[in-house]
Design a protein around this ligand. Sequence first.
Ligand code: ADP
Ligand code: MG
Length: 351
Amino acid sequence: MADISCEVFDEDDQIYLPNIPQNRIITVQNVTKKYSEVPFSGVDNASFAIDKGKIVAIVGESGSGKSTLLKLIYGLMTPEKGHVFFRSELIKGPEKKLIPGHEAMKMVTQDFSLNTYAKVYDNIASMLPNTNLKYKVEKTESMLQLLRISHLAQKRVADLSGGEQQRVAIAKAIVTEPEVLLMDEPFSQVDTMLKSQLRADLRRLSHELGITILIVSHDPVDGLSLADELVVIRRGAVLETGSPAELYNRPRHLYTAKLLSDCNVLEKDAAEKIGVQVKKTVVGIRLEDVQLIENFSSGKMRVVDRFFKGYGEEVLLERSGVLIRALNLEVEKFQVGDLLDIGVKKVLSFD
Ligand code: ADP
Ligand code: MG
């Protein structure tokens, strides 16, 4: 993740970042926005920076403040404390702007905000002025092609599927060539098959147009396979940032480990009862890191249940009252009641 340290010029109501790295496009600096006295609502002292052309995913459980953070970045809300900058420029909130939202950015909300009774073509074209009609037609057609919705151009938005509407919303957002595309939960309305297509499309947009993409997702698996960088948020605060691989392999917080993977969480004494040595207070053991070793005569763990997953099964094991789940790709190899031993390939330890 980009280093956020940067001095702020703040004098006579003039606030800007005088010395930012060339590649930096967004800087979020100590931003706080509380909705009420309810603890953990909104965003709490968040800081991070985004480099141009990157795909960044803000991930966190529901209610952790992701949508609020996105609105603060776009300028739909004003922080109580701290600042958001687009390059050097302070992003102004709605009280200081006639049309809320920064001009160089576009946001695709969860409801898509399309004119559902108008045609797809008109939804996109309406974003462009009539001063150059040739450009308007060409640009709209190129957006239709880019999002692979040319065949839908003359259909009404109301007659499209959720996934198709989302493509129209993206085309509409990027037809004016914003530098940053913000998307709130882009994966929540599309089914599994369309998810991988959407991921590939967003990657392509980022590479072909150089657009910086910031998405928010409560399902980090979506962020994991799409983003260059993740921002993990919990109760409004940024817990950690890093590449998906860094955070998956070396999470500093248990929250991150639990968010990014399916893992067994065991206290030190429980872990030791099943033969896992622990240096800290709690461990996370991912399902795929538990090896199952056949030992029907004297194994120490007993299979108590099996859950079919399609590509494999989840096996629930028990020893001395401690339960642990493991991923088994050889379905039918073990039966409930079988005894076996486990090997643990990797243990994530936390204080
Ligand atoms: P997320 O997008 O991660 O689910 P939100 O940013 O929507 O989280 O909300 C963060 C917290 O702030 C939640 O506890 C939510 O209930 C609260 N919140 C969000 N919007 C409002 C609002 N307009 N008024 C009061 N509380 C709000
Ligand atoms: Mg949200």
